[in-house]
Design a protein around this ligand. Structure first.
Ligand code: HEM
Length: 485
């Protein structure tokens, strides 16, 4: 209660200071002007849900320009979120943060605290050690183990997904996206929790994924998000509880190295492993503990959603681009991803290009700890900023013919023109795990089948609706069996 009161007090003081800064800025003598403001009492979520995020954003740009402050809730006290769609300003922002070693918080932890689904935020003192814990599961030795699991899952999954009937050489399949996401989630559970999920468990946890997707957009774009958050997190927890319980058994038995993530997480979060083995009520407490699930979801959700989405976009793209497909097939046929557990060069380039056109994260969120200028505008401390990857990645000044997919495009991930996995100290911890899984999935697919499909409509995607990640709309591919030696 005291924490809530002090949080509210801090928010109120911050809001008042911001209002004064706005006022000064409006006078326009000492500070540049504020960006144009789009204000909604009940947040902007309704518009985003109806229009889709990229389309909503394009409308904001048309009406307000490429920098717009979204205001939420009551004037003065409401939050504000700066959408940065000007690619030059976005690029400058990413680079400026790097150069100054400036790591603003990742979104409204202070505000949603207990209800957060992801444990992330540079303001959080335990953040760095949690990130190290996750990174320890992605060492070269662990990646070899993960590559074995991924290969064992993806081979049979591809056969089942495509399943060309006996006596035929090819088959046309429509909307196999759910099967791909199912397989990605299967891999995620085995790698991070050290247990084999049943098909029902995979489906149940998959369904909940979309809850968290919606939850994240509520947190970002709704005013009264905490009402929804409690309900959703409880549902999510209940669908993962049986898997966590089995993961605990694997930890106690010490029988799989992939149970190490759960084991180390328990230590990190202060749970006594020996007592968990003996004391049922203590174990029940863990199974109901929100912080434990928050930590788990930090790896589980991107291991399925962003990774699965990228695999799907690549399948769609390669089906319509036989030249790129052959190049990747040739490369992947020649590598052993278990002894060399990383995406080889051309595959890594194709992944980067895919994330350029179809960024899985719509943007990079930060909280401003100090007031800053964005382009010609002044943005006060305390604002959240959302650097739009869609606009950054389609900037014609950085990427020639920016709307065209080119699997062999050379993209720099250090000059601020591409941030598919973000940049700097808060960049994605799971990048090598994700790239490996994408490479394993493509190898399993391309070594068995040739793909063909219609020309791609780049706008045929879910526009971050129903989830915070991007997924292609259902599409058709013809799979032709490859004649192997
Ligand atoms: C194609 C797949 C993926 C993409 C495109 C992606 C992208 C991103 C992006 C854009 C961020 C935001 C960083 C920031 O705020 O600056 C992020 C953070 C993060 N990602 Fe990923 N990610 C992917 C897969 C994964 C996987 C498989 C894991 C599993 C370990 C993972 C774990 C994380 C974690 C722990 C963070 C938080 C980092 C921090 O706050 O320090 N990601 N990711």
């Amino acid at each position: 209660m005291a924490a809530l009161a002090s949080g509210l007090l801090r928010l109120t003081i911050d809001a008042l200071v911001n209002a004064v800064q706005d006022r000064i800025s409006a006078v326009g003598k000492r500070l540049p002007p504020s960006p144009p403001i789009r204000h909604r009492w009940l947040g902007h979520l309704h518009d985003i849900r109806t229009e889709g995020f990229v389309r909503f954003h394009a409308r904001c740009v048309a009406e307000y320009g490429p920098l717009v402050l979204l205001r939420f809730g009551p004037p003065v006290l409401g939050r504000r979120l700066l959408l940065v769609a000007d690619p030059a300003v976005a690029r400058q922002t990413l680079m400026r943060d790097l150069q100054r070693g400036f790591i603003p918080g990742t979104g409204p932890m202070l505000v949603f605290g207990e209800d957060a689904v992801f444990c992330t935020g540079a303001n959080d003192p335990v953040h760095a050690s949690r990130q190290r814990l996750i990174a320890r599961q992605i060492t070269p030795e662990m990646l070899k183990l993960h590559a074995c699991t991924m290969t064992a899952v993806w081979g049979p999954a591809i056969e089942q997904l495509v399943s060309v009937p006996a006596g035929r050489d090819s088959i046309e399949r429509f909307n196999f996206g759910p099967a791909v996401l199912f397989t990605t989630q299967d891999v995620a559970v085995r790698c991070w929790m050290g247990v084999m999920p049943s098909p029902t468990e995979i489906l149940d946890t998959l369904r909940r994924y979309f809850d968290t997707g919606s939850l994240l957009s509520e947190i970002l774009f709704d005013t009264w998000y905490f009402v929804h958050a409690k309900r959703r997190v409880a549902a999510l927890r209940s669908s993962y509880a049986p898997l966590v319980a089995r993961g605990l058994d694997a930890v106690m038995a010490g029988d799989t190295p992939q149970a190490r993530f759960i084991a180390e997480s328990l230590d990190e979060l202060g749970w006594d492993r020996r007592r968990l083995a003996e004391d049922k009520s203590y174990r029940a407490q863990l199974l109901a503990s929100l912080p434990f699930y928050q930590h788990l979801f930090t790896v589980m959700l991107p291991s399925m959603g962003s990774t699965g989405g990228t695999i799907l976009f690549l399948i769609r793209q390669l089906a319509s681009d036989p030249v790129a497909q052959d190049r990747l097939r040739g490369e992947l046929d020649g590598v052993d991803l278990i002894s060399e557990p990383r995406a080889p060069r051309l595959t890594a380039m194709a992944i980067r290009e895919c994330l350029r056109l179809y960024p899985q994260a719509a943007g990079i969120t930060r909280t401003l700890r100090t007031a800053r200028n964005y382009g010609e505008y002044f943005v006060p401390k305390g604002a959240y900023t959302f650097t739009m990857l869609h606009e950054l990645h389609r900037n014609a000044c950085s990427h020639a013919d920016p709307h065209r997919f080119d699997a062999s495009r050379e993209i720099s991930s250090t000059n601020g023109s591409w941030a598919g996995f973000s940049m700097g100290p808060l960049a994605c911890t799971g990048r090598s795990f994700a790239e490996l899984q994408i490479a394993v999935a493509l190898k399993a697919l391309l070594s068995r089948y040739r793909l063909s499909g219609a020309v791609v409509d780049p706008a045929a995607h879910n526009d971050y609706q129903g989830s915070v990640t991007l997924q292609p709309d259902p599409f058709t591919v013809t799979f032709s069996r490859r004649l192997t030696g």
